[in-house]
Ligand binder design. Structure first.
Ligand code: ZN
Ligand code: ZN
Length: 379
C-alpha cells in the first residue's frame, strides 16, 4: 500500500484507486476520513463506473486534470454520515442509510456572467467535476473509492423507489448526457432521429429519443452486439458502420426519410469525422447535436456551403449536464427501466484492485460499460 502527503494508514483509513499520472498503472492509496464541514456528508460507495472519459484520463487526453486523480464521476452510494441537515428538492431531510446519487458537477457559482446572464451554467468557469477536475490531493472526490466526500453544495438525489443502484449506474453518465443531448435536439412527437454511435451515450440517446415520441429512430454504430442493444434501447433500425461506406450510410438515411434526411441527428461517437457525416444526414432546416466530442480528438473537414449555409442547418453543442438533466434522467430510468435494459449495459463489476482491467475492457470495447464496486461485488 502506498501512502503520501494527505493520505493515511491504519484504522479508519479509506481506500481508493488512484491514477498517479497519465499512462501509469492505477494504485491503491489510503486516505484519512474527511473532516466534514457543515453541509457536508460522507457516502459509502456502492458503485461507480468506467466511461470513455476515464479511458481518455488514463491517457492524459483531457486538459486541466490535476493528477494524481481518483476517477469516477458518476457514482451511487449509501449516506454514512451527515454534518447538519441536508434537504432534498421537496424539503425533506436526508438520513443516514439513504441510497443517493449526486450531480458530479460542483461549485457552479450562480453569480458569474455565464450563470446569470447567458444562463449557460455548464460553462461556469468555477464548476468542478468529481473524478475529473478534482484531484486526489483535494480529497476523496472521486467514485473509485470506498467512501466519497460530499462537499457542501453538492446536489444529492435519493434513488427513486424501485430503481436499483445497478440500473442507475448502468445508465450512468451516458444517460445524464444523453438526456441533455435529446433536450438540445428538441426531439418531439413524430420526428425522425438518427443517432450516430452506439456506446453508452448513443444507446441512452436512442432511448430518450424514443421516449420523446420520435416516429423513427435510426442507430448507426458497431459492433453487431451493440446494434442489437440499440434495438432493445428503442431504435427501430440499427445499421452497422462497418459494412457501409460513408456515402452508403447517407443513402441509407435518405431512403428512410423520403429523400429529405432526418429532423434531428445526435452525434455520439467521439470521432470528429462524424460531425460532417451527421450534418449530411440532417434534412434542410434540421438540427445536429454534437455530444460525442467531450475530448479533443482533432479537427475535421466540413463543407459549410453544402452542409450548413444552404442547408439552413442548426448545429448545437452539448457540454456536460446540469441538475435538471441528472434529475430527468434518473426519473426516466426509474419509470422506464422495464422497457430499456440500462442494467445490462454494465458488462461486469470490478473491485478497486481491478480498475486497470476495467479500463482495458472499456478501451477494447469488450463491453459497453464497466462498473466499479469499491466495497465488493454486486448486491
Ligand atoms: Zn458561474
Ligand atoms: Zn462519463
Amino acid at each position: 500500500m502506498i501512502t503520501s502527503g494527505k493520505t493515511a494508514r491504519g484504522m479508519g483509513a479509506i481506500r481508493a484507486a488512484v491514477l498517479p499520472r497519465p499512462g501509469a498503472a492505477s494504485e491503491i492509496r489510503s486516505f484519512a476520513p474527511p473532516d466534514l464541514e457543515p453541509g457536508a456528508a460522507l457516502l459509502s460507495t456502492l458503485y461507480s463506473e468506467v466511461c470513455g472519459t476515464d479511458v481518455h484520463l488514463r491517457h492524459g487526453r483531457l486538459t486541466g486534470v490535476p493528477y494524481p486523480l481518483i476517477p469516477g464521476h458518476v457514482s451511487v452510494g449509501t449516506l454514512a454520515a451527515l454534518r447538519g441537515t441536508l434537504h432534498d428538492l421537496e424539503g425533506r431531510p436526508f438520513r443516514e442509510g439513504d441510497v443517493v446519487a449526486f450531480l458530479d458537477v460542483h461549485g457552479t457559482c450562480g453569480t458569474c456572467w455565464y450563470c446569470l446572464v447567458a444562463k449557460e451554467s455548464t460553462r461556469c468557469p468555477y464548476r468542478k467535476v468529481y473524478g475529473i477536475t478534482y484531484g486526489a490531493d483535494d480529497g476523496l472526490l472521486g467514485g473509485w473509492a470506498e467512501q466519497i466526500w460530499i462537499r457542501p453544495g453538492v446536489r444529492l438525489l435519493r434513488l427513486p423507489e424501485g430503481l436499483a443502484p445497478e440500473t442507475y449506474i448502468g445508465g450512468g453518465c451516458g444517460a445524464v448526457t444523453a438526456f441533455h443531448a435529446v433536450e438540445r435536439g428538441g426531439v418531439r412527437l413524430g420526428q425522425s432521429v438518427v443517432v450516430l454511435g452506439t456506446g453508452p451515450l448513443g444507446l441512452s440517446a436512442i432511448a430518450f429519443s424514443a421516449l420523446s415520441g420520435a416516429d423513427h429512430v435510426l442507430a448507426l454504430g458497431a459492433p453487431d452486439e451493440r446494434l442489437r442493444m440499440a434495438l432493445r434501447m428503442g431504435a427501430m433500425e440499427a445499421i452497422s458502420i462497418e459494412t457501409l461506406s460513408v456515402a452508403e450510410r447517407q443513402e441509407a438515411v435518405r431512403e428512410r426519410t423520403r429523400g429529405r434526411g432526418a429532423d434531428v441527428v445526435i452525434e455520439a461517437t467521439g470521432d470528429p469525422r462524424a460531425v460532417a457525416e451527421g450534418a449530411g444526414m440532417c434534412r434542410d432546416g434540421g438540427v445536429l447535436v454534437v455530444a460525442g466530442q467531450y475530448t479533443d480528438n482533432g479537427e475535421t473537414a466540413l463543407n459549410p456551403h453544402a452542409l450548413v449555409n444552404r442547408k439552413h442547418l442548426e448545429i448545437r453543442g452539448c457540454w456536460g449536464s446540469d441538475f435538471s438533466h441528472f434529475h430527468g434522467a434518473l426519473a426516466a430510468m426509474a419509470r422506464h427501466q422495464e422497457r430499456f435494459p440500462w442494467r445490462e449495459l454494465i458488462g461486469r463489476f470490478y473491485g478497486l484492485e481491478e480498475t486497470d482491467a476495467a479500463l482495458d475492457a472499456v478501451e477494447a470495447r469488450a463491453m459497453v460499460k464497466a462498473g466499479i464496486a469499491p466495497n465488493g461485488g454486486t448486491r
